[in-house]
Ligand binder design. Structure first.
Ligand SMILES: [Zn+2]
Length: 129
């Protein structure tokens, strides 16, 4: 990957990181906000539940974005974390924080379905072995 390409992805990832950090601050506010009104509280509980679900998803994404920025620093960005092949540029354009090539991602997704922590499916597998 050229310096120009890396700089482009760094910009995209920096922007995404700032956006997610902002969204997460708002969600946290919703998640902890409490209503005095009992009727309101029912409605609010549903909103809060949704906010917490989104919070989970977005903090997971933020972790991935931060990981990608770290890989840019280390010079390993664009390389699959598992098989060390280059990640397809088309995939990186669509998902700049992708840490696996498409094949390893599919494997990771399948393992995630089987209840592995999706952030470190491969590590869990080696630990279990
Ligand atoms: Zn791979």
């Amino acid at each position: 990957m050229t310096k120009t390409e890396t700089a482009k992805f760094k910009l995209i990832l920096d922007t995404k990181q700032a956006e997610l950090a902002r969204v997460l601050r708002n969600r946290e506010a919703i998640a902890i906000e409490k209503s005095a009104d009992a009727l309101d509280e029912v409605q609010h509980a549903a909103e809060r539940e949704l906010a917490i679900r989104n919070l989970d998803r977005e903090s997971g994404l933020l972790r991935q974005v931060k990981g990608a920025l770290m890989r840019i620093e280390e010079g390993t960005f664009g390389v699959c974390n598992h098989c060390e092949d280059d990640i397809n540029p088309r995939r990186l354009n669509a998902v700049p924080w992708a840490q696996y090539c498409i094949h390893c991602q599919e494997l990771a997704d399948r393992r995630a379905d089987a209840d592995y922590d999706s952030d470190n499916v491969f590590e869990e597998v080696s630990l279990a072995a």
